[in-house]
Design a protein around this ligand. Sequence first.
Ligand SMILES: Cc1ncc(COP(=O)(O)O)c(C=O)c1O
Length: 488
Amino acid sequence: MPRTLVEIDRDSEEPLYRQVRNAVEHGIAVGTYDPDHPLPSSRELAKELGVSRNTINLAYQELIAEGFVESHERSGLFINREMRPHSARELDAPSAERGIEWSRRIRTFADRELPHLEKQADWHRYPYPFPAGQIDVAAFPARSWSRCLREALFHPHVFASLQDSVGSDDPMLVEMIRKHLLPSRGIQASPEEILITVGSQQGIDLLARALLGPGQRVGVEDPGYLDARHIFLRADAGVTGFPVDGAGVRLPESLHGVDLVYLTPSHQHPTNATLHIGRRRQLLWLAARSGTIVVEDDYDSEFRYQGSPTPALKALDTAGDVVYLGTFSKFLSPGLRLGYLVGPPELVRELRLARRYVNRHPSGQLQRALALLISSGEYQRAMRRYRNRLMRKWSLVCAAVRTQFPWQPGPFPPGGVSLWVSGPPELDGVRLVELAAQRGVLVERGDIFFLADPPPRNHFRIGFAATPVAAIDPGLRILGEVARQLGS
Ligand SMILES: Cc1ncc(COP(=O)(O)O)c(C=O)c1O
């Protein structure tokens, strides 16, 4: 007789038969029972456990009805082989029946060779964290946000928050973006031209689904935003890099053969260079001549620390060729996953449909809470406070980098939430990042943003939005020491 390993607890409120049934089911799941031997008879088990045979019969009947146990005529009860754990079943299955070979069935995507932008999940545990793409949680307007989340659940907001909106967006949020956010970027748009997205990443993905396919070509900045490159390649489009200098992306003489250009004009990702006005005009002119769609990712234009912010490229676009992407990831938070897209109504209609079959719509409650935050003015106040905080950190980081490194880095563009640091050509920035991490300083390697193979290794990125002010000087002093140690 196999060991039953059934234990019952007489003080439990759970009926005894149920306890027996659950224990046998568990035994089957973990492979306790031999499928070639009968289970203990109800008489044996009742005796062993000191309960009535009825209790055991009831447990067995339920297990039979649910398919865990089978009754074999004149031989007794046996466990159903199919219910055993995978590891046990594989032993007696012929190889052809070993189940699906998932690695052969999953589609191979064209971005498989591309590195991923790895985000260190425990970045906040580093004594000197300089992660890119994270926020200062202490600056998040938590009280006003919780008030808005609560308010969104009551009349007159509750339907917008909780209903299935299928393909539509919260009209109040669309209105707030239209009236309070876009004008500061010089953009005028009607509600039909706006789509709310789950972060700007969804905007890029929807555009790739609707506009790209095999044989099409996307122009990207080099170095540039890696996640966007992944999305374009996964849509089977080809990618061509345009080099970047201190005035942003350097354009080719013609954009013929380029179906779409994706770029970050306000603060080029990852260098933070602002696209020069002359190049902006040249880009729109070239794009109009070749019928190239321009996608402007305006992910952190709010953070400009000197001079006035440049208007969006979309603000110069009279032809309607530019699709604009905005996000609430840099302010308020990347965890909320909210962004928006502005484009011609015909395109927005199609993207809305595409979004509907991916995730229907972004969370109604989050959309309404954000609309309430903007309409109360608290969004704008919190943003000003956050910008001042970031401006201070930016100055501290620039000053520390200039004094601590064995070479003269910079100049640094007066905006963004990170610093792109270029070392002398012989600097091994990847090694620098590894050695710095061993001393508690988290910065980001720069080689992965380049298209070249092998890419240059003498750049790295220092994010500062999430860094505590007190960690800036000591952290960058250590980074400077590591750079000296590497002999740069
Ligand atoms: C260039 C660029 N675009 C967009 C985003 C934001 O993406 P999302 O809005 O999906 O969080 C980031 C964030 O790191 C970024 O670097």
